[in-house]
Design a protein around this ligand. Structure first.
Ligand SMILES: Cc1cc2nc3c(=O)[nH]c(=O)nc-3n(C[C@H](O)[C@H](O)[C@H](O)COP(=O)(O)O)c2cc1C
Length: 476
């Protein structure tokens, strides 16, 4: 029995990104979810079908927000859909998630009255009147949750207008919370920080790396993590929290970049990244977190093209998360430290923490002189416990051999550090000729299939080993 069994939720802007994750989570907890969307019917249907396939209940409701009659349209359609799908025409949970943002930002000097009106219409006026209308259908004990933004607490001049709208949205919670407390209805805000919502910038490893540095956890957030906070507020345990601003930004205020330990001198344990939050998730369904290593550091290298393509495949799977590690950016000393790692420098500690957080690895490697590059060997040798009892998938490329001799050489090396290489590989011979100018394979069918097989195996091993280690810690 789910915490939200029998509840009806309306999630605005639920076709993609954070809204989709919220809809999926509330449905998984038992709610019947109205998946509101503005224009992208295909994406909304994907959200709904994903929920239904997972055993949940949901239906789409289309309404373009920000124009005349927007909220009327939404509620007319919602009421008739509820009459069809539910035994009652009520809303127990409203999540005001829909909003617009100028992705590239808008310098303060370029804010025009028209832009101001449009963004306030979608991000403020629409949720305010959606709230009012939803309240007419909301039984006592209901829940209203606004998705604000970390930008109301963090200065980015190019996001001034957007942040102003989110600041206004937050007022709905503060004042309505008091107004509605006598009815037991709670009203709260959740403020995500930088969260991988599927927008193109999150497939650029360098950009993700940079954004990751803003969080004390050293990575960007995941939509499911925001959905977890919303699920708490929407559920029975959230009844004593109202008028609150819940900070779900990944702790940027705690300092920049991952914690680097006590530095040199006394032996300090390598900092381990906090594992991904597990609230509400079983061991089996917590996303599998993979570090994807780009091995080549050569001038004019081709490696990043292959790595980018593979990361795109990986990120298409909602059960997986990725942390790209490009060896060109990892500045490890040429000389290995003493074996007890007592003198390990901060750069190695930070990298060790990223590797330690992984459930498994993907290595994207070329073939040099019948083996893999020295940069990769040096990197592997720098660490030990971080590799142990984890699976490794190998993606290779090269000249005629497609990098397969690099793959075979890596199998013996990874066995030595107690890692398990999976059988399936992805291999590109004459790699440069196989990718188009857009960085994608010219003949995608075979390699897409191979990538899927590799990821399926890697996921199986990662989950199996994760569960096994829970019961019986690995001893080398
Ligand atoms: C030093 C060196 C040795 C190479 N040896 C091989 C080889 O043994 N087998 C092969 O198939 N390709 C070989 N190649 C071709 C590379 O695999 C190919 O150039 C690949 O694009 C290199 O990856 P990168 O551009 O990401 O560094 C070699 C390339 C270099 C630079």
């Amino acid at each position: 029995m789910g915490a939200l069994d029998g509840r009806i939720a309306l999630v605005t802007g639920a076709s993609r990104g954070i809204g989709r994750a919220i809809a999926e989570r509330l449905a998984r907890d038992g709610a019947l979810v109205a998946v509101h969307y503005a224009a992208n019917t295909e994406a909304a249907e994907k959200t709904v079908s994903g929920i239904v396939e997972a055993g949940g209940r949901a239906f789409p409701v289309q309404a373009e927000m920000g124009g005349p009659g927007d909220v009327d349209t939404l509620f007319t359609r919602l009421r008739s859909a509820l009459a069809e799908h539910a035994g009652r025409v009520e809303v127990d949970i409203l999540v005001n998630n829909a909003g617009e943002q100028t992705a590239a930002g808008l310098p303060p000097e370029e804010i025009t009255p028209d832009r101001f009106d449009r963004m306030f219409a979608v991000n403020v006026k629409a949720p305010l009147f959606t709230t009012r209308r939803a309240l007419e259908m909301m039984p006592d004990g209901g829940r209203i949750i606004g998705i604000s933004s970390g930008l109301t607490r963090f200065a980015v001049p190019e996001q001034l207008l957007y942040s102003m709208t989110k600041g206004a949205l937050e007022q709905i919670a503060l004042h309505y919370a008091r107004h509605l407390a006598p009815r037991g209805i709670t009203v709260n805000n959740v403020a995500p920080g930088i969260t991988d919502n599927g927008s193109p910038v999150f497939s650029v490893p360098e950009a993700v790396e940079q954004m990751s540095q803003l969080s004390a956890f050293g990575r960007v957030g995941r939509p499911e993590e925001i959905a977890g906070v919303v699920a708490f507020l929407a559920g029975p345990d959230g009844g004593w929290t109202t008028g609150a601003f819940i900070d779900a930004r990944g702790a940027p205020g705690l300092g920049w970049g991952p914690h680097r330990g006590a530095g040199r001198g006394p032996a300090a344990p390598a900092p381990t990244r906090p594992p991904p939050p597990t609230e509400g998730l079983t061991m089996a369904d917590r996303p599998v977190h993979l570090v994807v290593i780009t091995a080549s550091v050569r001038e004019g290298r081709f490696g990043p093209t292959v790595a980018r393509w593979f990361l795109e495949r990986l990120r298409a799977d909602p059960g997986l998360t990725a942390d790209p590690v490009d060896l060109l950016d990892v500045d490890l000393p040429d000389r290995l430290p003493a074996t007890d790692m007592r003198d390990r420098p901060p750069e190695a500690d930070a990298t060790a923490a990223r590797l330690a957080a992984a459930d498994g690895f993907v290595v994207v490697t070329p073939e040099y002189n019948h083996s893999f590059p020295a940069s990769l060997k040096h990197f592997i040798d720098w660490f030990m416990a971080e590799w142990q009892a984890k699976p490794v998938g190998l993606v290779s490329y090269g000249g005629l051999s497609g990098g397969l001799r690099a793959v075979e050489a890596l199998r013996t090396v990874f066995a030595e550090v107690h890692a398990v290489t999976v059988r399936e590989t992805v291999s590109f011979h004459q790699a440069r000729e196989r990718f188009g100018a857009d960085g994608r394979p010219l003949e995608p069918d075979g390699c897409e299939q191979a990538a899927k097989l590799l990821l399926d195996q890697l996921t199986w091993w990662a989950l199996a080993l994760r569960e096994a280690k829970e019961h019986r810690p690995y001893r080398a």
